[in-house]
Ligand binder design. Structure first.
Ligand code: CTP
Length: 221
């Protein structure tokens, strides 16, 4: 596929995609529902527009888009470490990953055996994972930082609150019914108060989103 030359100088774009996986034991884990498709489509759209793209991906079975440098990670803490490194030289961060908010306080070295002791109840102690987006946005400097929000009610109000709380430049409000679907409907909310609704196939929506996000970053420099 041909890569077009961007009208403006290419940007260094960091995209995250997919879920994170938080192990309980070697064969069990907590995770979030996420196909990774929107993040991969954004990385592909950015590479096709001529930008330099790093894609930090949680465990997903998707092929790496052409021209994209991919870093595979498993847990939220691994994702934070990979993002910190790539963020140093990035102009834009698009955080489309569905990061697990919690991880088990302890990871068992061997299998958790349900039959041991014959208990009918068990509980799992969880500890909070770092908020990757908020951590990086707190030191963003001239970088443009875009988050995602998946809401089940009062979507725009909650997404706007996240935009302010995490010091973002924009946030993409995602429709929960679009999980794993080919088509999607999103609302892009900007810190300026601007609002744009986009609907269609994930590839087309990703292209439109990427163009808008790149324009926001370019208009700054
Ligand atoms: N996010 C992150 N690190 C986390 C949790 C979320 O970087 N530990 C990012 C997601 O990638 C997304 C944005 O924060 O871009 C919003 O994620 P969401 O799960 O909707 O928000 P939370 O902050 O987890 O709030 P809540 O679960 O209460 O809705």
């Amino acid at each position: 596929m041909a890569r077009s030359k961007p009208r403006n100088p290419p940007l260094r774009v960091l995209v995250t995609a997919g879920p994170t996986r938080e192990h309980v034991d070697p064969v069990r884990y907590l995770t979030n529902e996420s196909s990774g498709r929107m993040g991969f489509a954004l990385a592909q759209a950015a590479a096709r527009a001529g930008h330099r793209v790093t894609l930090v991906a949680g465990p997903v079975a998707l092929p790496t888009p052409h021209g994209v440098a991919r870093v595979d990670v498993t847990s939220a803490r691994e994702m934070l470490a990979a993002c910190r490194k790539a963020f140093r030289s990035a102009d834009v961060l698009i955080m489309a990953a569905a990061v697990a908010d919690w991880r088990p306080a302890r990871v068992l070295a061997g299998k958790w055996r349900a039959k041991d002791g014959g208990a009918q109840r068990a509980s799992l102690e969880l500890v909070r994972n770092p908020d990757i987006l908020a951590t990086l946005a707190a030191r963003k400097g001239a970088r443009l930082v875009c988050g995602f929000a998946l809401e089940t009610g009062a979507g725009e109000r909650r997404a706007r609150a996240k935009l302010a709380r995490k010091q973002l430049d924009c946030i993409v409000l995602n429709d929960a019914s679009a999980l794993n679907a080919e088509r999607t409907r999103v609302v892009l909310l900007e810190s300026s108060g601007a609002r744009e609704e986009l609907a269609g196939g994930k590839t087309a929506v990703a292209r439109a989103l990427l163009a808008r996000i790149a324009a926001l970053r370019t208009s700054r420099s």
